[in-house]
Design a protein. Structure first.
Length: 270
């Protein structure tokens, strides 16, 4: 059981950040769906529920998602789904159950960067930035790779494009964690393909500064991308072996790209 020596609910993210700087061993609290399973005592719990981070806001060129927005809120947001080809809805619809998704937060799921995370895998394929009280704005790739231990995640910003996108996963049973997942999203003329639950955290294999896969790819170029997926570093856990993941990853990547390609491009204005 997770217990706290002291528990506070600051009214602003700045106050939360200052409390975290004063006590680096403090625990920042989002939805508490995973944290509550921990068996330890934290000197300070910093609850963000009063910081006004539970809104999904649309601007002319982006979606600004508060860190305390629940998976269920974003899953069922018609405008965001239409703008991103439903990739987030596809990624979270098998996570545990409706009650769980109505409590777990987008910020908590992303900040933890857990290896099995479907949320990280999906958002990594989109044009996503994170907003941190302390470090400011950064692209999602360095955030996923390095994290931000002493900053408070306040918002996730997903830039609007005419996306084509899809998410694929394999689970040993309904509502179980992904044994392997993959996401593909095309924007700015190229495909951004991610593979997660390896069981290590998701990674981008094409797009950005990685090897490019152009929008109108050839069969040989898609084959090469699938080979990249096969060459990733995989591991063993209770849900699958490294060898099994190495064989399945190229199949999931191909499915995600081909299914996304078959979708109409999203309108930039939802």
């Amino acid at each position: 059981m997770l217990t706290f020596e002291k528990y506070v609910r600051p009214g602003t993210t700045r106050q939360a950040y200052e409390l975290l700087q004063e006590n680096r061993m403090a625990t920042v609290i989002g939805g508490m769906m995973w944290l509550r399973l921990a068996d330890r005592t934290s000197p300070l719990g910093i609850d963000l529920s009063r910081c006004g981070l539970d809104k999904i806001e649309e601007t002319e060129d982006a979606w600004r998602i508060g860190a305390m927005v629940t998976l269920g809120q974003l899953e069922n947001h018609e405008g965001f789904a239409a703008s991103t080809c439903g990739i987030f809805t596809e990624a979270v619809r098998d996570i545990v159950g409706t009650q769980f998704r109505n409590l777990a937060t987008v910020g908590g799921s992303l900040y933890a960067r857990m290896g099995f995370s479907d949320i990280v895998c999906a958002l990594l394929a989109l044009d996503t930035e994170v907003v941190l009280e302390g470090a400011g704005v950064m692209p999602i790739i360095p955030f996923v790779e390095r994290g931000a231990r002493n900053d408070v995640l306040t918002h996730i910003v997903v830039r609007k494009h005419r996306y084509q996108a899809a998410f694929e996963s394999v689970r040993n049973a309904a509502t179980d964690f992904s044994a392997l997942n993959a996401a593909a999203a095309c924007w700015q003329g190229s495909w951004h393909v991610t593979v997660g639950a390896r069981p290590k955290k998701a990674t981008l294999i094409t797009g950005g500064e990685r090897i490019p896969l152009r929008r109108d790819f050839s069969p040989a170029e898609l084959d090469a991308t699938c080979e990249l997926a096969e060459s990733l570093d995989f591991g063993d856990d209770l849900r699958g072996t490294a060898e099994w993941r190495r064989k399945v990853a190229p199949v999931l990547v191909r499915r995600a790209v081909e299914r996304a390609t078959a979708k109409p491009r999203a309108k930039k204005e939802a």
